[in-house]
Design a protein around this ligand. Sequence first.
Ligand SMILES: NC(=O)c1ccc[n+]([C@@H]2O[C@H](COP(=O)([O-])OP(=O)(O)OC[C@H]3O[C@@H](n4cnc5c(N)ncnc54)[C@H](O)[C@@H]3O)[C@@H](O)[C@H]2O)c1
Length: 264
Amino acid sequence: MSTNPNSPSHREGRLAGRTALITGAGLGIGRACAVRFSEEGARLVLTDIDPINLAKTRALLAPGCEVLVHVADVTEETQVAELFSHADAFGPVEILVNNVGGGRPGRIWDLSVEDWDHTMRLSLRSMFLCTRAILPGMIERGYGRIACLSSGARNGTVWNALHMGACAYSTAKAGVTGFVRDLAIELADSGVTINAVAPGPIDTELAGPFLRAMEEQGLDYSPFRMVPMHRLGTPREVADALLYVCSQEASYVTGTTLDVSGGR
Ligand SMILES: NC(=O)c1ccc[n+]([C@@H]2O[C@H](COP(=O)([O-])OP(=O)(O)OC[C@H]3O[C@@H](n4cnc5c(N)ncnc54)[C@H](O)[C@@H]3O)[C@@H](O)[C@H]2O)c1
């Protein structure tokens, strides 16, 4: 047996011995989730469309974390199939975080069909493809944790709506809630749980500057004014919620959408 305290056989934590696959792990919440899960002893399969940011995330993981990185566009069926065949060889994967999501803003009366479809592909098709790929193995083994990223936008977000319009994004994020509600019922006897985490405004590399600019411009609907805690959330605060729904402890929690939104 290895005597290295950082070796996988010595690792401890709430996800020790579990393998987790995180999509969009190159930046923001996906990166924070990868780091947080590595601190809890998980083995990781990290995927992103951007190889450079994926490599940066890898460098931030807790020492001793066993990791497989795989570049893929998770909106593409064949690339998702390839991703999961590599993951299975590394796995079995017991935890899936469907983190990829987002969309193109715009007033609905000006929005192109291409922009609408882009938002649905990024936020819903990616989640469908990855969940479909992972479920047969989870069901066969009788254990699984799936977490999907919804958003406060599922109920409409004032700053997004008033600033540029975000109807397509809100539609997609409400869809995430429907997805986990239905699947939780379908999977109730299988040992697999599925939940959503719904962040409020989070200080990620991409969203943070955009959200802070609203406050700097003195806009009435700035998230710093609209959120009761008067601040942005951190990616790590979202990662902590993802850790909970992906842990053994959340065994009686399924079909839930957990807000991480400073009281909004
Ligand atoms: N940041 C926020 O304030 C906020 C708030 C609510 C919900 N969310 C949700 O949380 C999730 C993560 O948000 P974020 O702000 O950290 O995202 P982000 O846009 O900062 O990062 C997403 C990552 O996904 C990767 N990616 C994009 N398209 C991809 C594809 N087709 N295939 C594979 N990888 C792809 C990007 O390269 C990037 O590394 C999203 O679903 C988002 O909608 C974010």
